[in-house]
Design a protein around this ligand. Sequence first.
Ligand SMILES: Cc1cc2nc3c(=O)[nH]c(=O)nc-3n(C[C@H](O)[C@H](O)[C@H](O)COP(=O)(O)OP(=O)(O)OC[C@H]3O[C@@H](n4cnc5c(N)ncnc54)[C@H](O)[C@@H]3O)c2cc1C
Length: 545
Amino acid sequence: MNFPNQDRYDYIVVGAGTAGCVLAARLCEDPATRVCLIEAGGWDRHPFIHVPALVGAAIARASLNWRFMTEPQAALDNRCIPLPRGRVVGGSGSINGMVYFRGQPQDYDDWAAAGNPGWSWREVLPYFLRSEDNPECRGSPYHGQGGPIRVAHIPTPNPLNRVFLEAFAQVGGYGPCEDFTGPRPEGYGLRQGTIRAGRRDSSATAYLRPAKTRPNLTVLTDARVARVLIENGRALGVEAIVGGGRRRLLAGRETVLCAGAIQSPQILMLSGVGPPEELRRHGIEVRLASPGVGAHYRDHLSVPVLMETSDTQSYGLSLRTLPRAALNLAQYACGRGGPLASNVFESTAFIRSGPGADRPDLQMVFQPARRNRGTFPLPLGHGFVINSVGLYPRSRGRILLASADPLAAPRVEANLLADSADMAPLLAGLKLARRLFAAPAFARYRAVEVAPGPAVRSDADLEAYVRRMAVTVHHPLSTCRMGADADAVVDAALCVRGVASLRVVDGSIFPVMIGGNTNAPIVMVAEKAADLMLGRPPPPPIPGT
Ligand SMILES: Cc1cc2nc3c(=O)[nH]c(=O)nc-3n(C[C@H](O)[C@H](O)[C@H](O)COP(=O)(O)OP(=O)(O)OC[C@H]3O[C@@H](n4cnc5c(N)ncnc54)[C@H](O)[C@@H]3O)c2cc1C
């Protein structure tokens, strides 16, 4: 805050989420560059954020979560599906499951083929490596050391993970995968997470915290950006609601929206950039007709097979495990070790749901714990779950405005499962999950299937179960799509087409879906955006990849 006019900066970054923290930290590396990062939530101080096993409790905290809901979903029994989004420094990366995955190499080749030069797998891999600090895979051209975010396996995974992997070997037809971020992320295996010394490593802890004391970086928290100020086709900065008043913050060079896939399109529409009929409906002056703003929404759907057992090996609390729980607390308190240092998502499989798939289109997520019930932060009782996640849904939704009030939540017409082709991988997943739980490896647990339940057998009954139970795994994407077609909102440099000095850098720019978790790819996008904005040449491809 040492500047003569503290409301003038070189860059204004809207949203201190996964992308915003990376971008702001990179932009202010040059002490002569003044950066303002604006976040609607507060600092990431709540302890639930940082203890990995309390991830469910962090999501449940109303103060940390925007708690959006979809509109009623016709194909999901008219249910409104919860859409958690982080409302705190670190954004959704401060409440996410800490799973590290990049997607399939072909996904990025598809990005490039969709008219986005510079975004092929070989071109984006160096940015993944730049962000990564992986102590386990030294010498691998697919991993980075010394980057900001710690990536590693959970040191002491629950023994049930081995049982899950053994069951995969017993059902046959699938191979093991040693490294889900290696050249071929396919098969079953233990997975890596973004946890450093038993604590969550988000882009807030890994990028922003070390940059926080730089005098050329201002972080405004509890400040809600209402709109981008656009004059004569150029973005000048933003208007924000701070402490009940309105404040203008001006950007000499660029304004960047990093508000995520639900709110970046909302802010664009509130600023007069979007589908004209939608803007007019809310009395907003059209500054740029951009039909793709809010369109092409997509997300990953998931459906579980839930098992319960009297065996106490799974994570969870019960009378019989109270002494173990006390020991686990002590382990965490003394050395940040033991089960509380785990994100609970320790093993998985990426597989093809059928012979037609050209890459893994189904993820099986194993959880060695019973489902959390109510608001209690840890699972009560014992059991395990396999969630089946369809990785390349065809259904498309859109973000619309509920009103011109910037404090109102946008409407999310998610259209989940609207395309009937999205059902097949979920059914294949449910059937495979049942085969895995029926494999000899799980026999000694004498577990009982509580959902779908033994009575649900026919495809029609399983479909009904999917419609009753499916939820998303919180990967909304593509609502300000990058590309060269008429519907594309940003170009391959992430500049908003038709408005100068304005970019979007977050999950909304994904031109097509990636087949897995989205946090690491969004960090990659922000790393590349920093190079693009600072005019730095792209890093050379990694030899041997
Ligand atoms: C519960 C949950 C679990 C997940 N688990 C995983 C996982 O295990 N692994 C994985 O890879 N991915 C996971 N994801 C997905 C991943 O975390 C997100 O895709 C990623 O964090 C999104 O990054 P982003 O930068 O696009 O948006 P966000 O991180 O959501 O950041 C947007 C930021 O903008 C702020 N903001 C919004 N509007 C305004 C405004 N008007 N003014 C000021 N600030 C504003 C928000 O408060 C937020 O801080 C999960 C997500 C959730 C929600």
